[in-house]
Design a protein around this ligand. Structure first.
Ligand SMILES: C[S@@+](CC[C@H](N)C(=O)[O-])C[C@H]1O[C@@H](n2cnc3c(N)ncnc32)[C@H](O)[C@@H]1O
Ligand code: SF4
Length: 391
């Protein structure tokens, strides 16, 4: 497909990846590694070098959000976090209400450092609680128990105006009664934002092997659907409706960083394996940094960055990504934003027959403003998207 010239957005989000963890969880396929004696000085220097490299490519833009993700970025030294934020302030301008999030694990030792991150400039934390049930935390291979998770939530709520925590449901052996109790407990502890992910068995993980050997069994489809619907109902009843398939928040508490991804804004990815989307010279580029931590460090020390991919996306790829991301959200794919990012009308860019069929089946709604998924559509999101962009 021929491609229209695309104007770069005036704002950008920045993601920084810290790849190290204390131990590996059996369900996780993120870029996470266990390493003793991390040389924090070298890592700080390299992360700053890569940031400087991208700042030269991007030029002056307003930063709306910064996200330290992992791995376990609460294992970073607070000084590294502070220096990275200072570097971003030096090369870019920050919007007044910039959101600066750090993902943190709730073990007691990591919780102790939460206030030092607040002093370093972090203004929002996202805690990896995962479950409020000790047996499930052991099954998930977590290093914390329920009491530690609750203490970490209390500390986060004392140190930060904004915080969120993550839960994983549809776990092996989980019943509706168990999840209802846990979720209601979560609503008493949450403030403004909660992320609730359905457990995905990722190929190559220990859980994948255990499932193949019949050692763990996930809830069947009808139980998974019931757990999803219960999640929507309980969280809606306490003013935490979903604004994306796995994310729930009160109005004004949406995670800005994630909103940038889902609404297809520009973002820079720094650190091992980090991805980015950057609009330059009328193109949208997909970027990816070298994934292996030691190789990333070596290359960044030598060349100032460890970029492995920097390729312009073609129009079809851009359209598919915008639809894939947008339909995950309650707001859906916004027609005017779609036009800005592609130069094309949304309704002309999708399969109109499929759109009408999906609307008749009550999987989608659409009007002048854009296209949105219904609850039934959210439950079959992958097949809805596939149909909508197939020609
Ligand atoms: C990559 S983790 C990083 C946060 C932190 N290291 C932790 O584990 O708490 C981000 C979130 O992704 C979610 N997650 C990771 N793997 C998952 C899986 N296989 N299925 C569902 N959720 C998953 C977890 O809720 C986790 O908090
Ligand atoms: S879930 Fe979090 S702590 Fe566990 S291995 Fe993945 S990134 Fe590390």
């Amino acid at each position: 497909m021929a491609k229209n010239k695309i104007t770069p957005p005036k704002t950008v989000a920045i993601y920084i990846h810290w790849p190290f963890c204390l131990s590996l969880c059996p369900y996780c396929d993120f870029n996470s590694h266990v390493k003793e004696n991390v040389n924090h000085h070298d890592w700080k220097k390299a992360l700053i070098l890569e940031l400087e490299h991208y700042s030269k490519i991007i030029g002056a833009r307003k930063v709306t959000s910064i996200f330290f993700g992992g791995g376990t970025p609460s294992l970073m030294e607070a000084d590294t976090v502070a220096k990275i934020i200072e570097t971003i302030e030096k090369y870019f301008s920050l919007v007044k209400d910039v959101e600066i999030t750090l993902e943190a694990n709730p073990t007691s030792s990591e919780s102790k450092t939460l206030s030092s991150f607040s002093k370093a400039g972090i203004n929002r934390v996202s805690l990896g609680v995962q479950a409020l049930d000790d047996e499930s935390l052991i099954l998930l291979g977590r290093k914390h128990n329920t009491e530690e998770a609750k203490r970490a939530i209390k500390l986060a709520s004392d140190s930060f105006e904004r915080f969120s925590f993550d839960l994983i449901y549809a776990r092996p052996k989980q019943t509706k009664t168990m999840w209802e109790k846990e979720l209601k407990e979560a609503t008493r502890l949450a403030r403004g934002h909660l992320s609730v992910y359905q457990l995905i068995i990722e190929p190559g993980t220990p859980f994948y092997l255990s499932q193949a050997r019949g050692l763990i069994t996930l809830p069947n489809e009808s139980l998974s659907v019931a757990l999803f619907q219960m999640t929507q109902e309980i969280l809606e009843s306490v003013n935490l409706p979903s604004y994306e398939v796995s994310n729930h928040a009160a109005v004004g508490e949406y995670c800005k960083q994630n909103m940038t991804y889902w609404h297809y804004g520009d973002y820079i990815g720094i650190g091992p394996g980090a991805h980015g989307r950057i609009t330059l010279n009328g193109n949208i580029y997909a970027t990816r940094q070298h994934r292996a931590p030691e190789m990333w460090l070596k290359r960044t020390e030598m060349a100032g960055h460890a970029t492995q991919t920097f390729v312009p996306l073609d129009e079809e790829e851009i359209i598919n990504e915008i639809i894939l991301m947008g339909l995950r959200t309650k707001a859906g794919v916004d027609a005017s934003n779609f036009y800005l990012r592609t130069g094309r009308n949304l309704k002309e860019a999708v399969n109109v027959e499929a759109l009408n069929r999906l609307k008749e089946g009550n999987f989608l709604t659409s009007d002048q403003k854009g296209i949105r998924t219904t609850m039934a559509g959210l439950l079959r999101l992958n097949s809805v998207i596939k149909e909508l962009v197939s020609f």
